[in-house]
Design a binder for this molecule. Structure first.
Ligand code: MG
Ligand code: MG
Length: 269
């Protein structure tokens, strides 16, 4: 069944923006705390504290039974990793996905952190994933389709020798964490839902260093690459405006926390 996307009023877009900004602050708290030896459970606790301090609710906790505030997916884990006793190591790629519910509205954003020292090809993987997201946001505009977006991301990624995960996609969001339309990171131009003013979507390329294939671990959550090679994930909640697309989540707090954490590598420089 085709479900029509739910368009939001400017006030509703603002409310989603407030939620998405808290996601950014929770991710920034993770960026402050990340270092070799810290457990992913500890990072999860820090993020939950930030979210609750703002009077918001961790949206992932209890979602389809997911047990934590964050999805933390290390190296070959693509998404949906469960925080726990794993201790972060030098050279890890740590993908952190966070969802927040504030006043009935959701925000959703993700960032892959590089724990010093990360090898060159893994830095390239992260840069490509990040750039495919940023450039797709610049490319997006009302009248284009989600297929145009997916095609753009896929082309950007594959031209650089990496691959796009197909089993997991971006999504609309608002009252629900996942709403129509689906926003694949691959596809054909002109296909799928048309971007319209008031549409709020999460764009979230998941990019593998090797082949695109994935499998799910026996915890029934963690999605890993089938070939065991690393994967990266960046995500923004964005709103379609009259003339383009506006980011509702932002990485400014995350980036400043990275630059003052000696254990983390910035994406550039
Ligand atoms: Mg997310
Ligand atoms: Mg999402």
């Amino acid at each position: 069944m085709f479900l029509a996307p739910i368009l939001k009023t400017p006030e509703q877009v603002d409310a989603i923006g407030r939620s998405a900004r808290i996601v950014g602050l929770a991710l920034a708290r993770v960026a402050e705390a990340l270092k070799p030896g810290i457990t992913t459970a500890k990072l999860d606790a820090f993020a939950e504290e930030v979210i609750r301090d703002y009077g918001a609710i961790p949206a992932f906790k209890g979602y389809n039974g997911f047990p934590a505030t964050l999805c933390i997916s290390v190296n070959e884990a693509v998404v949906h990793g469960i925080p726990g006793s794993y201790e972060v190591r030098e050279g890890d790629l740590v993908s952190v996905d966070c969802g927040v519910l504030l006043d009935g509205w959701h925000g959703d954003s993700a960032y892959t952190f590089l724990v010093r020292d990360v090898e060159k090809p893994k830095i390239e993987l992260c840069r490509t994933t990040f750039e495919s997201l940023e450039k797709s946001i610049t490319f997006a505009a009302p009248g284009k389709t989600v297929g145009d977006l997916g095609h753009f991301i896929q082309k950007y990624v594959e031209m650089r020798g990496f691959s796009v995960v197909r089993e997991l996609v971006g999504h609309g969001l608002g009252r629900q964490l996942h709403e129509p339309p689906e926003v694949p990171n691959y596809g054909k131009p002109g296909r799928g839902a048309v971007l319209k003013e008031g549409l709020v979507i999460a764009i979230e390329p998941m990019v593998n260093m090797g082949q695109r294939f994935v499998r799910t671990l026996s915890d029934n959550w963690t999605v890993v690459t089938a070939d065991g090679l690393p994967s990266a994930h960046y995500e923004h909640t964005v709103a379609v405006t009259q003339s383009g697309v506006e980011k509702l989540s932002d990485f400014s707090a995350v980036e400043s926390a990275i630059s003052s954490n000696p254990y983390l590598m910035p994406l550039y420089g």
